[in-house]
Design a protein. Structure first.
Length: 261
């Protein structure tokens, strides 16, 4: 059983299953942020990914000899933190883009709906072609983010404007998505390193970075294989339960893993 699966099946002492639920303000109002050309903010608990953020900066802001559209793909398994990394990059560099549009590419229906919303707000029509052509005509340094393009049935190229300007980031679990990236725009993306995972766990758990806590956190993130979603969910669990310390969590997790190999 995977570490994340075990994590989501933890039981409290009273026998009730506990699951992490996002805060009430976690849901993104897609109509609002697309019409306003804004992205959701990254999590306040975001840590690390300095190498990836630096490479994104170099790719998008390096001087260009000739005008060219820049497409970057972040391809990795679910729960690694692709979306949060992109949101952090865009937030830190928002003033450098003329417009920012965030599209939910989970499915054709979701992506088409987001395109329709943008087309309606821009007054250019509500068909995919209308919006794609609008982006192609808008000769500015805009940024389009296609998030969670994991559906093999979705032909994403139908949504990409054909032009020599603009910036595009695609997050996906599908290896084939990398074929869409521009030359020199490849980014290797994987799980957190150990130090980042420890920092993320302690942040979510609201625990101080003492040596004792770091040692316990080190053992926990080792068990969770440094996966961002698993680590952040573990921290949220510890914070949400006043009787659960880092040490108690580690003991419970080990027992659960022993029972469910």
């Amino acid at each position: 059983m995977r570490a994340l699966d075990l994590l989501l099946m933890l039981f409290m002492p009273n026998g009730l299953m506990w699951r992490w639920h996002p805060p009430s303000n976690f849901e993104i109002n897609r109509s609002t942020f697309i019409a306003a050309n804004n992205c959701p903010s990254p999590s306040q608990y975001f840590v690390g990914r300095k190498e990836t953020l630096s490479k994104l900066y170099r790719i998008f802001f390096a001087p260009k000899v000739d005008p060219a559209q820049c497409i970057v793909t972040l391809v990795a398994s679910g729960g690694t933190g692709k979306t949060q990394t992109i949101l952090k990059f865009v937030k830190d560099n928002s003033s450098r883009f003329s417009n920012i549009w965030f599209f939910d590419a989970t499915s054709e229906a979701m992506l088409t709906s987001d395109f329709k919303t943008l087309g309606k707000a821009a007054g250019v029509g509500e068909q995919v072609k209308d919006v794609r052509d609008f982006l192609a005509r808008t000769c500015q340094d805009w940024m389009c983010i296609f998030d969670n393009a994991d559906d093999e049935q979705l032909y994403l190229k139908d949504y990409i404007p054909s032009c020599t300007h603009g910036n595009i980031i695609i997050t996906s679990r599908l290896a084939a998505t990398s074929q869409m990236e521009s030359p020199g725009c490849h980014i290797d993306f994987s799980d957190l390193n150990k130090e980042e995972a420890i920092e993320l766990l302690l942040k979510h758990a609201h625990e101080e970075s003492s040596e004792i806590n770091k040692n316990l956190a080190s053992k926990i993130v080792d068990s969770l294989e440094y996966q961002a979603l698993a680590v952040s969910t573990a921290g949220a669990y510890i914070h949400a339960n006043s009787t659960c310390t880092l040490g108690i969590y580690l003991t419970r997790f080990k027992k659960k893993r022993t029972r469910d190999p």
